[in-house]
Design a protein around this ligand. Structure first.
Ligand code: AMP
Length: 612
């Protein structure tokens, strides 16, 4: 494809997210758009035509509540069909969605609502409503809180059924209201405001305009990765860009999605619903692997399985180096497939063509396991600020260990210090109300600083090698600012001198802790009538009662953190960090990578024998 044809193909896109829905419904009105479990756990199908009907009603309901152009509507809830309908309705009414994870603490909920200036909150259930109502100062700004499940007697509440009814009545009086709102929506208008962690302080709102979604969706379509016959098992949190971009791709391409955000159902849902692909953060693929491995843990079955995977891994290693697979190995693989992999694939529904992993680094071990079994896991890369997909591997030409080539229309440059810089229609224009942070995020000639370090090979495939910004990404794809965690733990505990939070690519956060010698001496003298007062500092660091005391402080610190930020395990070190060993700088700033290397054994041990 020449560049001009590519450009022309990419330019052929809808002006807005809402217009994408209209185009989709016009193209394939009677195809199934979504499948979802109803209240009785029966899976129900919804066509594109039905989707539009419901969305228009809800959009009219929002207009009736007084929603104006580009007004923000915060959606607080988990992944389910109603989230998708609410988001589409916001867009069709000319509003912009801002997203709140169901697990977000009420203070951060209040912060997002205030900072985004949201006029309406769509809350999944009473628990989400209560977090908003805990902050009476928000009342003045809010037109309503729309409650999806259940009822509530607060004056601000409008139930889901009431919103439908108001929408129906509004449409009877203003039949063209929603079509007109869609027609007035332009590519530059704000579509989505997603909050992402900064290295310190409050989350930053990333302003994503309508065209980023139209572009991303069209770019995925042009890459020809997914076709209209595909079915996606959508469990990803829609509060994050990765989930959101898949909805855009779905509108553009017209594939189906089976929607169920409950993590503990993923393996069952794969088996029951037979999707053709699934996307996720590495943690999910770790879980799927662990669930399957548990079922073949012992006996002959386990031995055959081990043999099959060793054959699969040898084959994978050759594929990874672009080398041909010798005939004997190919024959062994055929047997392994018959005995083990075909059964595994059947367990996962039998139709999975590939998996897409993004949001955090995928471990070689997990990638190898799936590839060995004949289910490619394609790694991709992007940020909230680049609308999720900036690079992705193609199922026909995957290069494990890389995140693939850039999506068409996106350009990449590696700065002198190795930082990945990006440019393209998927990149945000600004952070919300943060002009200085916006200016810092771009070079003078408009390249976006990703804060990640990488290398590009001769064919344009990117390998992420490190991170420049001081953030941890867990294997669940959650950003954790180590300073926030460390600050929360150290803040009130007089006995801890330093904490180093760790968890890059891991399931949870753990910490290395050092104790303050003077404070510990004082504690030992008074604790339990001074029974530990004769112990040395080192002995104190190893004593179970010290550990129990520190655990209580950590529990207290954890209360101030989001669930994924909490310290699940810790190790007390026998000495404080040392300048001579290079563990801290002259002004006592922690040298994170040095400490991670020095204490690799202690850190690894905090992830052993953990239930998946
Ligand atoms: P978010 O804004 O939450 O999507 O986080 C974006 C960040 O996640 C990137 O800047 C990377 O640090 C990290 N990330 C995303 N995908 C990958 C990947 N495939 N490998 C390594 N890091 C990744």
């Amino acid at each position: 494809m020449t560049d001009t044809t590519l450009e022309a193909r990419l330019a052929d896109r809808a002006p807005s997210y809402s217009a994408m829905l209209v185009r989709r419904v016009a193209a394939t009105p009677d195809l199934v758009a979504f499948r979802y479990p109803d209240a009785n756990e029966n899976w129900v199908a919804m066509t594109w035509r039905q989707t539009k009907h419901t969305v228009f009603e809800l959009a009219a309901g929002l207009l009736d509540l007084g929603l104006q152009f580009e007004d923000r509507v915060a959606i607080a809830g988990s992944t389910r069909i109603d989230w998708i309908l609410a988001d589409l309705a916001v867009s069709c009414a000319g509003g912009a969605t801002t997203t709140i994870y169901p697990s977000t603490h009420d203070e951060d909920v209040a912060y997002i609502i205030t900072d985004s200036g949201a006029r309406i909150v769509v809350a999944e259930n009473v628990a989400q409503v209560d977090k908003v109502l805990k902050h009476p100062e928000l009342r003045e700004q809010l037109l309503a809180i729309v409650l999806i499940d259940g009822t509530h007697d607060d004056d601000l509440i409008v139930t889901w059924d009431q919103l439908h009814a108001r929408g129906k009545a509004y449409l009877a009086e203003h039949p063209n209201a929603v079509d007109e709102a869609i027609a007035r929506t332009t590519p530059d208008m704000l579509a989505t405001l997603i909050y992402t962690s900064g290295t310190t302080g409050r989350p930053k709102g990333v302003r994503l305009h309508h065209d980023v979604w139209a572009y991303e969706a069209r770019a995925v379509e042009v890459m020809d990765i997914i076709d209209q016959n595909a079915e996606h098992l959508l469990w990803l949190p829609l509060s994050h860009v990765f989930g959101r971009v898949l909805l855009a791709a779905q509108l553009q391409i017209g594939f189906r999605a089976a929607v169920d955000g409950r993590l503990d159902r993923i393996v069952d849902n794969l088996g029951k619903l037979s999707p053709t692909f699934m996307c996720g953060a590495p943690r999910i693929f770790e879980k799927v692997r662990a669930t399957v491995m548990r079922s073949t843990a012992s006996g002959l079955k386990a031995r055959i399985s081990r043999w099959a995977f060793s054959v699969g891994k040898r084959r994978f290693a050759l594929l990874q180096q672009h080398k041909p697979v010798p005939r004997t190995l190919a024959a062994q693989y055929a047997v392994a497939d018959k005995l083990v992999f075909s059964k595994l694939k059947a367990r996962l529904g039998g139709k999975l063509e590939f998996l897409i992993s993004g949001s955090a680094k995928l471990s070689q071990q997990v990638q190898e396991w799936f590839f060995a079994a004949g289910i490619p896991v394609l790694e991709g890369y992007g940020l909230t600020e680049t609308s999720a997909i900036s690079f992705v591997n193609h199922p026909r030409t995957p290069r494990p260990g890389t995140v693939g080539p850039p999506v068409p229309g996106t350009e990449c440059r590696i700065a002198e210090d190795g930082e990945i810089l990006l440019k393209g229609p998927g990149v945000m224009r600004s952070y919300h109300n943060l002009p200085e942070r916006t200016a810092e995020a771009f070079t003078e000639d408009g390249w976006f600083h990703t804060g990640d370090i990488g290398e590009v090979d001769a064919d344009g495939y990117l390998r992420i090698t490190d991170r420049k910004k001081d953030l941890i990404k867990t294997s669940g794809g959650k950003f954790v600012a180590p300073q926030k965690v460390e600050g929360a733990i150290v803040a009130n505990c007089p006995y801890i001198s330093q904490v180093v939070a760790y968890g890059e690519g891991r399931k949870y956060i753990s910490a290395l802790v050092t104790l303050d010698p003077d404070a510990m001496k004082g504690w030992a003298e008074t604790h339990d009538q001074g029974k530990l007062k004769d112990l040395t500092y080192r002995e104190l660091t190893e004593h179970p009662e010290t550990r129990a005391m520190i655990q209580r402080w950590i529990d207290r610190g954890n209360e101030r953190l989001e669930r994924w930020e909490t310290v699940k395990k810790f190790t007390i070190l026998p000495e404080e960090f040392n300048l001579d060993a290079g563990e801290v700088t002259a002004n006592m700033k922690i040298r994170r990578s040095r400490i991670t290397n020095l204490y690799a054994k202690e850190l690894d041990s905090m992830y052993e024998a953990e239930p998946e």
